[in-house]
Design a protein around this ligand. Structure first.
Ligand code: NDP
Length: 480
């Protein structure tokens, strides 16, 4: 595959000093392509260009409804190229093709959803006194920076970029060094269709070009998805320039299963919630909290399902793909290797050698029964196909355990009792609670974001446009 160039100032930019980074296929361990190791100078050039584009006549004269039409066109373009995009996403992340296809459809849905909002973000008239006309105007916030991780690159790019363009901003996307392919594909489309500098795509290491961008005084807003430590670093950089951040920093989300739950419904959802994308999902259902009276029955059913999950590359039609890179793979194996003796690995807990793909990064889906909810593997985000199980005795203990981590992104509650369902949902500290389900395809319309260290702000839904506007109050004093 051709080397991937950055899109800066309306031009394709390679590496002037032969500084390229390898992009590896996690399913095979083989080289896919190379990206530019972007640097501070590239970051500065992109921000200067973005500032010019923001003020340009060309972008300012793009009317809100025309931005909406463009976003609709983008959704159609994504659907028309769904096969090619899904192949790229599978190649880059190793995810099964059905999951990659679902990601592409979700990306199209983001563009579609925000297309409809582009000309419906408006202010108020506020009554103060006669002959004073007071109005609020929703201005774009300006140069928006989108730091995208490697687990859902096209979805995460689409969800914030669509909202930012709908509201008239300009956009700089920094891809993860592991997964630039689908954003590069979209960059070609934006290059062709939008005024120069409205959309730019940069690549390189997070610690280099990423941090040069987050600390740049010309950036007006940052949307970051990734780990807590990097999120904190991004927030500190942004603080120096008094710039708002939207942070989505993952979780340790529970499925809470009560004794009257319909296990036939719960089991497939619990399995999917932790093995989807090999567990590399911010909203993964990585903790199972279960009433002790049904725990053995539920655990047995889950272990049976886990044993039969097919692990391997997309080419083998596997249900569980590889881990994204060697670093993450080793990290997960290290965690599994240090499981406390009192905890019990019920299934999995090891690497998988897939014939013909010996250099891929595969881990067997794992269930561990914790001895204690404070076990580090119950508390920390593992970001792999690893489910921890803890039993509870009553509703109050279930709520206490559900809330007993630093995170609060998503929770599933399984019960037929509406009183229990509502009582628990209203006491769980997390941005989303699902009753008798876990997640919704794409969930584009639902506000998404975290309590506690899971993040700041909300993405998805109509609320996300708030991240990309600033409110100006204009008071007109009338005098004849
Ligand atoms: P990071 O948080 O380090 O990376 C996420 C994104 O931030 C990537 O695009 C990365 O670029 C970029 N980045 C890294 N450092 C900086 C920086 N100093 N300034 C600006 N941008 C930066 O996550 P890792 O990939 O290292 O994964 C580690 C853990 O993070 C995972 O195990 C998981 O727990 C969590 N994570 C959570 C995600 C979520 O969806 N909430 C997504 C990804 C990870 P680059 O890749 O080029 O370094």
């Amino acid at each position: 595959m051709e080397k991937i160039q950055m899109l800066i100032d309306g031009a394709w930019v390679g590496s002037e000093n032969e500084q390229w980074i390898d992009v590896i296929n996690p399913a095979t361990g083989e080289l896919i392509t190379q990206i530019v190791r972007g640097n501070e100078e590239h970051a500065d050039r992109a921000v200067q260009t973005a500032r010019k584009a923001l003020k340009s006549k060309e972008w300012k004269s793009f009317k809100p409804f025309e931005r909406g039409q463009f976003l609709q066109e983008t959704a159609r373009y994504i659907r028309a190229n769904a096969e090619a995009l899904a192949e790229l996403e599978s190649l880059d992340i190793g995810k099964p093709s059905a999951q990659a296809k679902a990601d592409i459809e979700a990306a199209a849905r983001y563009f579609e959803f925000y297309s409809g909002l582009a000309d419906k973000v408006f202010g108020d008239t506020i009554p103060i006194e006669e002959d004073l006309l007071n109005v609020t105007v929703m201005d774009p916030i300006g140069v928006t920076l989108h730091i995208v991780p490697w687990n859902y690159p096209i979805q995460i790019t689409a969800r914030s970029v669509a909202a930012a363009i709908a509201t008239g901003n300009v956009v700089i996307v920094k891809s993860s060094e592991d997964t630039p392919l689908t954003t590069n594909f979209l960059a070609k489309w934006f290059h062709e269709k939008l005024p120069k500098g409205v959309f730019q795509h940069l690549t390189g290491y997070g610690a280099e070009i990423g941090s040069a961008l987050t600390s740049h005084p010309g950036v007006n807003q940052i949307t970051f998805t990734g780990s807590v430590p990097t999120g904190i670093a991004v927030m500190k950089s942004a603080a120096n320039n008094v710039v708002p951040v939207t942070l989505e920093l993952g979780g340790k989300s529970p499925n809470v299963v009560f004794k009257d739950a319909d296990l036939d419904r719960a089991v497939p959802a619990i399995v999917n919630s932790i093995v989807q994308n090999a567990g590399q999902t911010c909203s993964a259902g990585s903790r199972l909290l279960v009433d002790e009276t049904i725990a053995d029955e539920l655990i047995e059913k889950l272990v049976e399902k886990f044993k039969h999950l097919k692990v391997g590359p997309p080419a083998n039609h596997a249900e569980v793909g590889p881990i994204i890179n060697e670093k993450q793979y080793k990290r997960i194996l290290e965690i599994l290797g240090t499981i406390d003796k009192q905890a019990k690995i019920l299934v999995g807990g090891e690497a998988v050698q897939v014939e013909g793909y010996e250099n891929g990064f595969y881990i067997r889906p794992t269930i561990i029964e914790a001895s204690n909810h404070n076990n580090s593997f119950v508390q920390e985000e593992i970001f792999g196909p690893v489910l921890s199980v803890v039993r509870f005795t009553d509703v109050e203990e279930a709520i206490e355990l559900a809330n007993a981590t630093d995170y609060g992104l998503v929770a599933g509650v399984w019960t037929k009792d509406i009183d229990v369902a509502h009582y628990v949902a209203s006491r769980i500290e997390s941005g989303q609670v699902f009753i008798n389900s876990y997640g919704a395809a794409g969930g584009v319309q639902m506000p998404f974001g975290g309590y506690k260290k899971s993040g700041i702000g909300r993405e998805k839904s109509h609320l996300a446009v708030q991240n990309y506007i600033q409110i100006k109050n204009i008071a007109i004093q009338v005098q004849l």
